[in-house]
Each structure stands twice: as C-alpha cells, then as structure tokens.
Design a protein around this ligand. Sequence first.
Ligand code: SAH
Length: 211
Amino acid sequence: MMQNFQGMARRLVDKLAAEGISDKRVLQVIETTPRHLFMPESLAHKAYENTALPIGSGQTISQPLMVASMTQLLTQHHCKRVLEIGTGSGYQTAVLAQLVEQVFSVERIAELQYHAKRRLKKLDLHNISMRHGDGWQGWASKAPFDGIIVTAAASDIPTALMQQLADGGVLIIPVGTTQQRLYVIRRFGDDFEQKQLADVKFVPLVPGALL
Ligand code: SAH
C-alpha cells in the first residue's frame, strides 16, 4: 500500500519548507524516511500528514514540523554526538541518525523501545545506541554530547542534561505542563545561555524511576 510513499513524503516536505524549514539536508532526510513504518498499520495512511499520531502506551510520534524544527536546530549547531530523550517510535532517532555521527537514545517504556530498535535495524541505521531508563538522568557514561534533544515536555530543565552537554553544546527541550514552550540552552563553560522559542505541545516527560 505504501510502496509509493515518496509522492506523499514530497508533499509533506514542501509544507515543511513553506513553514520555514530551510536546511536542505533535513528536508531530504524527511523525504526519504518511511514514516509509515513507525506507527500502527491502521494509521499508516495518515503518516505523511503534518500531525502527531498515537503509537500505543499513551504516547505519540511527534508532528513532522516539530521533528524538522528540532533537528534543524541541532544541524545548525553542527552537532556530532546527540542524545535523544524519549525514543518513542524511533522516527526522530532515524532522522537524526542520517544527519549526525552518533545518536544515543533513552526510553522508559520497554515495549516502545523494542519496536523502535527493530525498525531502525530494518532501515540499516546502525549509528544508534539505545538505553532503557529514565531520561531525567540522561546517559552520563556516554557524555559529553554536542546536542541533547528531549521529545517530551519536562516540568523543569533536568540538571543532569545540562551537566552532560559539551562546551558549546545545545539542549533543546519543551518545558512546562499545561503551557509548554520550546527552550534552547547553550553551554559556554560553566555558563548557560537560554532562549525561549515557540509554544509547543508534547506528552509529559514522566518524572522518576521506571514503571
Ligand atoms: N521522538 C518520539 C516521541 C515519542 S513521545 C517519536 O517521534 O516517536 C515521547 C516519548 O518520551 C515517549 O515514548 C515516552 O515514553 C518517553 N518518555 C517520557 N518520559 C520519559 C522519561 N522520563 N525517560 C525516558 N523517556 C521518557
């Protein structure tokens, strides 16, 4: 059914470009990544619409425009080693893996992680390391990271993630509960520069240990 996803993917990418995504490499990767493989088959016909969709366990695959914007922020900062918090479907992971050297991804729900891992392997993406754990802690043994991207909304900025940034590194994170905003935090030595971008809507970054 989806053999010909590329026509739909091209139209999606045209929309993203019209919305202000200008990095040609990011657009190219989104155009060629089969998003329909990252969701239940019953939703695959909606895969190239610019919307978030449910992926089970009460979670969602992020909206393509959000994936593109957050990815573009990382490519603008020339990130090589990137930590993702919230693997979910693995779609954002797949996009990143085609644009940076190494992706590290942490997910707290084992079931989602299992499926994400299988999909990424099937797509022959091998520069990805995955960990089942609590994203609030980051992944200390693999730090420092040039970029950290959080794909769930945090009530506060997790200190561990700030500590795991390389000098000059950038943390992209939705912050807030009912009202959320995308923050971009850059590290300069012991100083952190913080910018607030658009209002956003993500599932919550669940506090604390595993279920
Ligand atoms: N990038 C994913 C987004 C999935 S939604 C995609 O596009 O498919 C956010 C994900 O963050 C969910 O899978 C959720 O289980 C995960 N998550 C929430 N709180 C977490 C935490 N504390 N540690 C790790 N992962 C978490």
